[in-house]
Design a protein around this ligand. Structure first.
Ligand code: NAD
Length: 502
């Protein structure tokens, strides 16, 4: 196994910061490897367009080797049968290692994804620490049950246990590369599974650094394998591989549907965390200042590249102009810039492709006749910036209202009564999240009941926690991540029934 290295020649200087690259090869078993055919993928800094690293473009052959190593590690049972408390200690040590390397990870995430270092330090890295710390405790709390069977009148002892599902393939996107990888890896490890994870080809670096830290923390070789590569190659090969027992996917609804079709061939277990078009509902009695800022952050944070971004804003008509103005004022104050600038609020979008996609939606919004309140164009500079953009009074069937844009674009519509806004908010194929702003407690909870969403926030948005199951209804996904449900999705139930006496 190659030791993690931080040789001077792997330092990359820019704007007064030096980013230390992790081992830019794939982790297969305990070995850091190039792709079988030697191809690689360039990694670009979205703030400058500069290429600063490259990683292997993993092939089906590489996936096969990784799955075999993960299978061998699973069958050797060194991980799945390790004393639960010892497994927990290693998972907790990973949390500590992430904490100790927080600055470095945040900077790496900023170069890889574009986001502000201080946001990565405040959100992404703590999310990764918290999930490992939380899941460390689950290793010793995955209980079974005794079944009170009636049977045929004879005496039986029947119990059910939760067993690790086996070898899991995990595929993650580029918007929260470290946190999404951490959510998946920590949950599967707690259940006793072994893993082949494929990070996004756009942002592979923090997953590789996380794998280095996991090995340093004492995770046995082969338990965690990282195959870098493209979705249609390495990702597809992982989903097709007969040695994978479950696929856990976070990404677009389009790819999620393809994965379901492929996984159906051998009925692999599948959980999916997919896209969203989440609504913000602001009632006239809300604290309008807080609600306006809250709605602005709910869409523009991470430059709108958030699955749970509240990209549709519904405001009670009597306060519509005031709230839209408040959201626009907040948006104008969010400073666009590269992620290493401490004043940056909104970094660039992750790639030129994503910038082009978002600008195209903005053009469609203009063409649809929606009223442009603010923004509407690319930001200045060489990076892939897009101004925070708000459209008011769009038609209900405009693409900017119906489709996930995954960028800093908000559509604002007035409403007259609560039943109407619930109907409109639910009129989408997605169902990931929603938020409600009101001082009326009953209305808040009654509205929460009626919204079709996996998570509803009241007078806040985006408060995720390892203890709170997260996922979507409708086309936003299958299953839940984190919390107890998140661990149990990595297990299968086995029932054992013994005849005790005739
Ligand atoms: P994407 O679907 O294009 O890619 C996600 C991952 O899937 C990447 O690693 C990619 O390489 C891989 N992939 C692509 N094609 C594949 C295939 N045919 N087989 C297997 N793997 C394949 O999504 P993205 O553009 O990286 O991320 C943005 C999307 O992710 C948005 O739709 C967003 O809403 C969603 N997302 C959802 C959540 C959630 O928790 N619900 C969280 C973050 C992002």
């Amino acid at each position: 196994m190659n030791a993690p290295m931080f040789a001077a020649d792997r330092l990359h200087g820019d704007v007064g910061h030096q980013v230390r690259l992790p081992t830019t090869r794939m982790l297969i078993g305990g070995d850091w490897e190039e792709a079988a055919d030697g191809r690689s993928i360039d990694v670009e800094d979205p703030a400058t367009g500069q290429i600063f690293a490259s990683v292997p473009a993993g092939t089906a052959e590489d996936v096969d080797r990784a799955v075999k190593r993960a299978r061998a590690a699973f069958e050797s049972a060194t991980w799945s049968r390790m004393r639960p408390l010892d497994r927990g200690r290693i998972i907790e040590t990973i949390a500590r290692k992430i904490e100790e390397n927080a600055q470095e990870l945040a900077l790496l995430e900023s170069y890889d994804n574009g986001k502000a270092v201080h946001h990565a330090l405040a959100v992404d890295v703590p999310a990764a620490v918290d999930i490992f710390r939380y899941m460390a405790g689950w290793t010793s709390k995955i209980h079974g049950q005794v079944n009170p069977i009636s049977g045929d009148g004879r005496q039986y002892h029947s119990y059910s246990v939760r067993e690790p599902i086996g070898v899991v393939g995990q595929i993650v996107p580029w918007n929260y590369p470290l946190a999404m990888a951490a959510w998946k890896i920590a949950s599967a490890l707690a259940a006793g599974c072994t893993i082949v994870l494929k990070p996004s080809e756009v942002t592979p670096l923090t997953a590789l650094r996380l794998a280095e830290l996991a090995l340093e923390a004492g995770l046995p070789e082969g338990v965690l394998n990282i195959v870098t590569g493209y979705g249609h190659e390495a990702g597809q090969a992982l989903v097709e591989h007969p040695g994978i027992d479950k696929i856990a996917f976070t990404g677009s609804t389009r790819v999620g549907k393809q994965i379901v079709q492929t996984a159906a061939r051998d009925l692999k277990r599948v959980t999916l965390e997919l896209g969203g078009k989440s609504p913000s509902l602001i009632f006239a009695d809300a604290d309008l200042e807080k609600a306006s800022l809250g709605a602005a952050l709910a869409i523009f944070f991470n430059s709108g590249q958030v699955c749970l971004a509240a990209s549709r804003l519904y405001v009670e008509r009597s306060v519509f102009d005031r709230v839209v103005d408040g959201v626009a004022q907040a948006a104008k104050q969010f400073k666009l810039g590269h992620g290493r600038d401490p004043d940056t609020m909104l970094g660039p979008l992750v790639s030129r492709t994503q910038q082009g996609r978002v600008l195209d939606y903005i053009e469609q919004g203009r063409a649809s006749g929606a009223e442009l309140v603010t923004g509407g164009k690319a930001g200045e500079g060489t990076g892939y910036f897009v101004e925070p953009t708000i459209f008011a009074n769009p038609s209900a069937d405009a693409s900017i209202v119906r489709e996930e844009i995954f960028g800093p674009v908000l559509v604002a519509t007035p409403f007259d009564d609560v039943e109407e806004v619930i109907r409109t908010a639910n009129d989408t194929r997605y169902g990931l999240a929603a938020n409600i702003w009101t001082r009326d407690l009953s209305r808040a909870h009654l509205t929460a009941r009626k919204l079709q969403a996996g998570t509803v926030w009241i007078n806040t948005h985006g408060m995720n926690d390892p203890s709170a199951p997260f996922g979507g209804v409708k086309e936003s996904g299958w299953g839940r991540e984190v919390g107890e449900e998140g661990v149990l999705h990595y297990t299968e139930t086995k029932t054992v029934t013994a005849l005790l006496a005739d």
